[in-house]
Design a protein around this ligand. Structure first.
Ligand SMILES: Cc1cc2nc3c(=O)[nH]c(=O)nc-3n(C[C@H](O)[C@H](O)[C@H](O)COP(=O)(O)OP(=O)(O)OC[C@H]3O[C@@H](n4cnc5c(N)ncnc54)[C@H](O)[C@@H]3O)c2cc1C
Length: 495
């Protein structure tokens, strides 16, 4: 049995879940161990918090959990912000119940704070943050580690098996699956670290927000006061809260898994999907807790295995791959042969070209595609089976493969609650050709495989379901004239 965390400080740089990001000294005169959560917004079963507690206990110091939400991260909208605010509120409540202080900061015109993590780190014996390979977190972590005097550790909270625990350089999903299946048995064990020191209540570098005590109405009021995209409303289907996770875990074992094998590919059957991906993306729940709920139920072994293959093999494969890339969001991750095919056909006539506005609003000439897109636009989530058709078709609906890739990332990341994730770019890369080549040299795609909507349309009730889904009313969003350039790799994003 491998512990989720190292036994003592001396081993920390060698533990697969923990990476030391700088040579700053540990402990010299700090008031607390700072635990900066960027994405893993849960109070329990959280390796970042537990690493901080373990270090705090060794040093005889309390832990200070910090979560900040800025107005200016890429794609900030009511949808993303409201989900995060709800999750952060529950994080604070959970930390309180665990005997940990949790302070927050919601960036807004009347309360502008600069460099808060740096300022909080001045009083820290060490800083624990998250080892996240995609979107803004990795760049922020690097900058903090370079600029702060405190010791900085990055802890993997997203995966059951931390990528560093596996052989490096594994090239195929089947080889990864074999290694992962063998390794996962070592990582099931979990027990939250108990803090030996009471909650930190000493001086702070700023006057914190405390979301733990706020009602839904107060969070809504706060949201309305922010300078973010208000046209993209919160998702009624996917509210950000721990309670929603618990509802979904109950539904997963009672309704979803018994039918998973046959219903999983059918978007018209709501029991075919767990809808857990946004909660996993924002870390409101971790994969270990999901699997523990399944293992404790009487779900048949075969269904457990099928689900584990999605949640553990596929999801963690994309985390593993992203970790080995400097910019996992980049089009260059698509294999050379596939880019070569797409680029060879870049000048082919594109009779199905659509404007960005038509794509965003699901108002193209393709009814099936519109039905897919409206799930992203209205619900902030799309069924797995639809995502495959949706992504493949973007290649034909945009002027060239580079713009196609940027468009797919933009739609996925702006609208979907689970976007901006290693799974986003890994799956988009699959659609753009990170798979076996096909046999026919098609216009626009070359040997990159295409996908039709036959399997969706030809199901019993398929056409009726599609026309209803494509006719859903949608909000009107502001659409930029040009796609944002590299919204991910920003040296400028404030912290
Ligand atoms: C083009 C395309 C884009 C995608 N974009 C995203 C994305 O932005 N974020 C995201 O989390 N997933 C993405 N996926 C993967 C998958 O479609 C979603 O994870 C899944 O549909 C989420 O719904 P669910 O939680 O109900 O899934 P379920 O079927 O209930 O599966 C349970 C969990 O397994 C994991 N999982 C399932 N399928 C995959 C997969 N193909 N790859 C990786 N993990 C998987 C997810 O964590 C999911 O929550 C994408 C797939 C495609 C084809």
């Amino acid at each position: 049995m491998t512990s989720f965390l190292p036994a003592s400080l001396a081993n920390w740089p060698e533990h697969p879940r923990v990476r030391r990001l700088n040579e700053g000294p540990i402990g010299s005169g700090g008031r607390y161990v700072l635990c900066w959560l960027q994405q893993a917004l849960r109070a329990r079963d959280n390796p970042v918090i537990d690493a901080a507690v373990r270090l705090g206990n060794e040093l005889g110091l309390p832990v200070l959990v910090y979560h900040g939400l800025r107005e200016d991260y890429p794609f900030a909208s009511d949808r993303l912000h409201r989900f995060i605010l709800g999750a952060s509120r529950d994080l604070a409540i959970g930390c309180g119940q665990r005997g940990l202080a949790c302070v927050q900061y919601v960036d807004r015109a009347e309360k502008r704070e600069k460099g808060l993590v740096y300022r909080l780190a001045v009083d820290a014996a060490a800083l624990m943050l998250e080892d996240q390979p995609a979107f803004v977190a990795q760049w922020q972590a690097e900058r903090v580690a370079a600029k702060t005097g405190a010791a900085v550790f990055a802890v993997n909270a997203a995966c059951l098996v931390p990528p560093a625990a596996l052989d490096q350089g594994v090239g195929t999903t089947s080889a990864f699956r074999r290694r992962h299946e063998k390794a996962r048995e070592l990582w099931w064990f979990w027990s939250d670290e108990e803090p030996a020191v009471g909650p930190y209540d000493g001086p702070l570098a700023y006057k914190p927000d405390r979301l733990g005590g706020l009602s839904d109405a107060a969070l809504d009021g706060l949201l309305a006061s922010l300078a973010i995209d208000h046209a993209l409303a919160p998702s009624a289907m996917l509210p950000g809260s721990r309670d929603e996770v618990l509802v979904r875990l109950g539904r997963l074992t009672r309704e979803v898994l018994p039918a998973y094998a046959e219903a999983r590919n059918n978007a018209s059957r709501p029991e075919g999907a767990s809808t857990l991906s946004p909660y996993l993306h924002f870390g409101v729940v971790g994969p270990r807790e999901v699997m523990a709920a399944i293992k404790a139920s009487d779900v048949a072994e075969g269904s457990q295995q099928k689900f584990a293959d999605e949640l553990l093999t596929w999801r963690e494969w994309f985390h593993y791959k992203a970790r080995a890339m400097r910019v996992p969001e980049s089009y260059v991750r698509v294999p050379n042969w596939a880019r070569g095919q797409l680029e060879r056909h870049a000048a082919d006539p594109r009779p199905e070209l659509e404007t960005l506005g038509a794509l965003v609003h699901g108002e193209t000439r393709d009814e099936t595609w519109n039905a897919c897109q409206k799930q992203y636009l209205v619900d902030g989530w799309m069924h797995n089976n639809l995502r495959m058709y949706w992504a493949k078709r973007i290649i034909a609906m945009t002027p060239d493969p580079h713009i196609g890739w940027a468009t797919a990332c933009y739609l996925n990341d702006r609208l979907s609650l689970d976007g901006r994730d290693p799974s986003t770019y890994g799956n988009l890369a699959w659609a753009f050709g990170d798979a076996a080549p096909g046999y026919r040299d098609n216009p626009i795609y070359g040997l990159v495989q295409t996908r039709t909507d036959r399997s969706i349309r030809e199901r019993p009730g398929g056409p009726e379901w599609l026309s209803k889904a494509a006719a859903r009313p949608v909000p009107r969003l502001i659409v930029p004239e040009h796609l944002p350039e590299d919204p991910y790799v920003s040296e400028k994003l404030p912290i």
